[in-house]
Design a protein around this ligand. Structure first.
Ligand code: PLP
Length: 377
């Protein structure tokens, strides 16, 4: 096979393209009715019995940052974050001037180890940001119990988990605020985009105001015929609003999301069945609905992870490592107790993410399996 198989590629059809063209032709490019449509459809998609409220934003990073602000996290507070995550989950805490407290992970799911998290709680701990790694849900029951016991806010980093179910309910229904990413490689891809979701409408309206210079609700209506020129800055905010072009992509991607997630699960099943028995995989279970944002393998000790990645590249297969644990990065090394992350350190030596996206053909999936199995022989 001569064509390179990337780790991920967006699954875009003519329907997304038409919707985007229509929005461009409409003349309304920034935040407006298409964003409201996306927000309403996302709430409807996620919610269980109680209603959910959604604000579309320009990234999951913005959602996490504004969620911390909306929940009153401030300078001097401590926030527990798993070491196994992307930069965004922790840096938003630093932006506020609060202290990032990194926690080790559970070896099967790579999600935060809730028992270890409890040991990190001090008088200053005000929040915890669990990450649903690769699309498999964190133990939300244990996290809710912990939050209740110590009066902590829970902000879920659900960048990998749009459509994931914990038991029968979709992620988005469990905590104070849940933050999603619609970055180019995500299961629902807009290029750049994100959302914050909550059962608490007030919190979402707080984030809405913060997302546009602290201006009151009518900010974007001032451009409409029925709108007024007047606006009022009620507090200092930011500029992290979602625009209509990205929202148009999102509306169609959302319509296709379940089908795209089902395809990812089909690919995962094939990988699990046909990849070499020398490999280990992450957890899956019938209890929860894993949406396989990523599919990672754990290599046997005898194989060098870096050489394996080079061989995949030579065979035209893209791969990556999710993640380089935060505590191993230069910035964090001097700020944490390096002895505390035994599971993350162990897993990091052997883990590789292999191609996973709904746009992969059966031929590509088969080629990945055959190549990996050959390399392991
Ligand atoms: C776990 C996690 N959290 C947050 C983010 C940030 O998402 P965004 O790029 O939408 O800001 C990412 C992005 O890859 C991520 O993987």
């Amino acid at each position: 096979m001569n064509n390179f198989i990337p780790l991920a590629k967006p699954d875009i059809t003519d329907e997304e393209i038409s919707e985007v063209v229509e929005v461009i032709k409409s003349g309304w490019l920034t935040t407006g009715p298409k964003v409201t449509e996306f927000e309403e459809k996302l709430s409807a998609y996620l919610q269980n019995e109680e209603p959910l409220y959604t604000i579309g934003l320009n990234s999951c990073t913005s959602a996490l940052y504004l969620a911390l602000l909306a929940l009153g996290i401030k300078e001097g507070d401590e926030v527990i974050v798993p070491t196994w995550t992307f930069a965004a989950t922790a840096q938003v805490v630093d932006w506020i001037g609060a202290k990032v407290v990194l926690c080790d992970i559970d070896e099967d799911s790579l999600n935060i180890d809730v028992e270890k998290a409890e040991k990190l709680i001090t008088d200053k701990t005000k929040a915890i940001i669990p990450v649903h790694m690769a699309g498999y849900p964190c133990d939300m029951q244990a996290l809710s119990k912990l939050a209740k016991k110590y009066d902590l806010k829970v902000i879920e980093d659900a960048a990998h988990a749009i459509g994931t179910k914990y038991n029968e309910q979709k992620i988005g229904n469990f905590s104070d605020i849940t933050c999603f990413s619609f970055y180019a490689t995500k299961n629902l891809a807009m290029g750049e985009g994100g959302a914050a979701v909550s059962k608490n409408e007030e919190l979402i309206e707080k984030i809405r105001k913060l997302s546009y210079f602290g201006i009151n609700k009518e900010a974007f209506k001032r451009y409409e015929k029925a709108g007024r020129w007047f606006y009022d800055i009620e507090e200092i905010g930011y500029k992290t609003n979602l625009d209509s072009v990205h929202a148009a992509l999102g509306v169609i991607q959302l319509k296709r999301l379940d089908q795209m997630n089902a395809r990812r699960r089909e690919i995962a099943r094939y990988y699990r069945k046909h990849l070499s028995k020398k490999l280990e995989f992450g957890i899956d279970s019938n209890e929860h609905y894993h949406i396989y944002h990523l599919f990672y393998i754990k290599l046997p000790d005898s194989i060098s992870r870096d050489e394996f990645i080079d061989s995949l590249k030579e065979s035209n297969i893209g791969s990556s490592v999710h993640f380089i644990p935060l505590h191993l990065h230069t910035y964090y090394k001097d700020r944490v107790d390096m002895e505390k992350y035994v599971v993350a350190d162990k897993v990091f030596k052997s883990i590789v993410s292999i191609p996973m996206c709904s746009a992969m053909t059966d031929g590509e999936v088969e080629y990945v399996v055959n190549t990996i199995n050959r390399l392991l022989e």
